[in-house]
Write a protein that binds this ligand. Structure first.
Ligand code: PLP
Length: 475
């Protein structure tokens, strides 16, 4: 497909508006060369973007079980709320008196997220999950530093952790200590006990973990870390499995982040705006990045916590994403929020139980909001890999699951159906997966050749990673 710059011809443009018939005012420092813009009619422009959108797969196109990413349907009422001119038209430098409504939105979401996480304070600044992790780790660092406990330089991360966890810990200046999981997918308590000590700054964990299992020893885990003087960080990127049911604060965690763009109604994928609010217990609240919204006698204002680590983002965060989260929380209410988690877990277990009759599961059920299959045996027997099955799914209009993750499972496919899929859709997807399994046994070549019906066939992924072309070259 051509880029928009390669389409059209000189002179083509939007013709709706009349010629300028008022005197032109020239500014100082005007550009001397014309702006490099595409020359297309409005019609061509519309077609171009429609064609582009036809070539991608989103939740609006079909099943999208990207484990650990929670690609769920986001109610359009939340989009409508965020699109209101009262929200889109405000300027971040406006005087607080003129934007009381927007400040109230921030304040209310801070409070609601405290209630959801069991934390005492929340900052809405971080712009993504990994950004939230980085921020939360800086809080841990500031806490130890302020107490003069400078030996705590290590963050413990289990081997099943999301890849961003060790990366964020390193970015925040910590050394990363990896501990192995047991064969049940949970943290090995002996390994944890052996790893903690006076140099432990904290532990980073997600629960349910990235293999979809809720660690039954969670209270023991946080206790071991606290007894050694460390703090506990909860990666709450996918709260879908527990939202409204279990709270990180009650599991013994001191800091956590949430991904509003996974659980709380902002569509994601493709690098759109996200939000990774950080919540913490009272002892860490003085270090939160500012500004945070505060209320006094019904008036709202921005404030900076007394020992704040400083800003981690401009202004007050990704405001539109925060408005969507508020709309989502308000439409569900505290009463209906648990149903999100209950249905997400039910759906995952429904698919897992049916597929376990055909595929090999990496861990025995029941699972939480996602489950991991291992295609290691199928690969050995037939030569068909997890990648081949994923390409076969594409030909059936289904987005592949997360693959080759977590790293501790070979030939992994991680499926997260989410609470917004119907039984009929899940049944249809299971049938496709069962058929592909049969094809792997009878005609493996067909899967090596897949996909046949997508806009592009197999891509040179190694080439794309080794020699990426990151800049548009206008020939
Ligand atoms: C998605 C995810 C993250 C990272 O979130 P981003 O917004 O992509 O930075 C971190 N941890 C877990 C468990 C996740 O699923």
């Amino acid at each position: 497909m051509k880029t928009i710059f390669e389409k059209g011809a000189l002179g083509q443009h939007l013709t709706l508006l009349p010629e300028c018939d008022v005197p032109e005012i020239h500014l100082a420092n005007e550009r001397t060369s014309p702006l490099h813009l595409p020359h297309v009619s409005e019609n061509e422009l519309t077609r171009h973007y429609k064609q582009l959108s036809d070539r991608v797969h989103g939740v609006n196109d079909g099943f999208y079980p990207l484990g650990s990413c929670t690609m769920k349907y986001n109610p359009k009422i939340d989009e409508a709320a965020a699109a209101q001119p009262g929200f889109t038209g405000v300027h971040p430098l406006q005087d607080a008196d003129t934007v009381q409504g927007s400040l109230e939105v921030l304040y209310t979401v801070q409070k609601d997220l405290c209630a959801v996480t069991g934390m005492d304070a929340v900052s809405l600044q971080p712009a993504a999950g990994a950004h939230g992790e980085f921020t939360g780790l800086l809080l841990i660092k500031a806490y130890h530093t302020h107490r003069g406990d400078l030996a705590r330089k290590k963050i413990i991360v289990p081997d099943s952790a999301h890849g961003t966890n060790p990366a964020s810990a390193r970015m925040a200046g910590f050394d990363v200590v990896n501990i192995p999981s047991g064969s049940d997918g949970c943290v090995d308590l002996d390994a944890l006990q052996a790893a903690v000590g006076p140099d432990t700054a904290g532990l980073m964990l997600t629960n349910p973990n990235t293999v979809g299992i809720f660690d039954k020893n969670i209270l023991k885990i946080t206790e071991i870390v606290h007894a050694a003087g460390g703090l506990c960080y909860y990666d709450g990127a996918n709260l879908n499995a527990v939202v409204g049911v279990v709270r990180p604060g009650d599991m013994g965690f001191d800091v956590c982040h949430l991904n509003l763009h996974k659980t709380f109604a902002t569509p994601h994928g493709g690098g759109g705006p996200g939000s990774g609010p950080v919540g913490c217990k009272a002892a860490l609240a003085p270090y939160l990045p500012g500004p945070v919204a505060e209320e006094k006698h019904g008036k709202f204002k921005f404030a900076v916590p007394p020992r704040s680590i400083g800003r981690v983002r401009s202004f007050a965060g990704n405001f539109g994403v925060i408005v969507r989260a508020l709309a989502y929380l308000m439409t569900l209410g505290q009463e209906q929020l648990p149903q999100v988690a209950e249905n997400a877990v039910l759906n995952a277990n429904y698919m897992m139980a049916r597929l376990a009759k055909t595929y090999h599961m990496a861990y025995n059920g029941p699972c939480m909001h996602e489950f991991v299959m291992t295609l290691e045996q199928l690969h050995k027997d037939t030569g068909v890999s997890a990648m081949d099955i994923a390409k076969g799914l594409l030909d059936n209009g289904i987005h592949p699951p997360t693959m080759y993750f977590p790293l501790i499972v070979h030939e992994a496919l991680m499926i997260e159906p989410t609470e917004t899929e119907s039984k009929e859709t899940m049944d249809a997807v299971c049938t496709v997966l069962e058929t592909l399994y049969e094809t792997a046994r009878t005609n493996p070549q067909a899967l090596h050749d897949a996909p046949l019906h997508t806009p592009v066939r197999r891509l040179d992924e190694v080439g794309a990673a080794r020699n990426p072309i990151l800049r548009y070259i206008n020939k």
